[in-house]
Design a protein around this ligand. Sequence first.
Ligand SMILES: [Zn+2]
Length: 240
Amino acid sequence: MKEQLSFLIELQKLDLIVGKIIGKKGELPDKILRMDEGFADSAKSVEESKKKFEELNELQGEKEDKLRKGIDTLKKTKDRLLEVKTNKEYQAMLKEIETIENKNSEIEDEIISGLEEIDRMRTEVKTKVKDFSTHRSQYEREKEKLEKEIAQLDHDLQEAEQRTAALRKQIRDELLKRYERIKGRRNGVAVALVWKEVCGGCHMNIPPQMYNELQTSVDLLTCPNCNRIIYWHSQGENNG
Ligand SMILES: [Zn+2]
């Protein structure tokens, strides 16, 4: 029975390890997904800024075109001024020139503020491209690390599962069934160490007489409080 108990203790340790590995493995794909999304977001943000910068430049080109045409129109109108015959016509022409000049001056103002906006956007694009490059190498490094971690967990899991399967074969059927039953009811822990009369599973005291019995008995004992299979071993040198 002592040997069977030691198998159960080992099985319990392995089952907890397997549970931990599965839990960890379950978190990692989500972590990678969030990283992928973050990376895609910054790539998008860089592209949007670049696009905005191009659009601003295009708009600026259109305004410069408009100004060139405005200056041209102004020159032509001034030339026509020489050909007018009446004062009334002359006054109308002056009015027209003033309107064109005002319009041109408006476009000039727009071009100047456009240049400021373009400068600002150029700096933004530069900063974003630089940040993105930092983000990219960080992202690639982290992702590689996580993928290695997943591979390691897969390996550990496989190993633990093989050891578990081998161990299960050595445990008597009805004992294994009992173990699984308690495990299912008691949060995955069916076997608990008792130390100084306290059950490691439920942290309640067990009767002193039972504690004495536990240290000498060859029978399997269970905690009167949580029903877990309990065991004892000297904690002098070994804390496990
Ligand atoms: Zn207990």
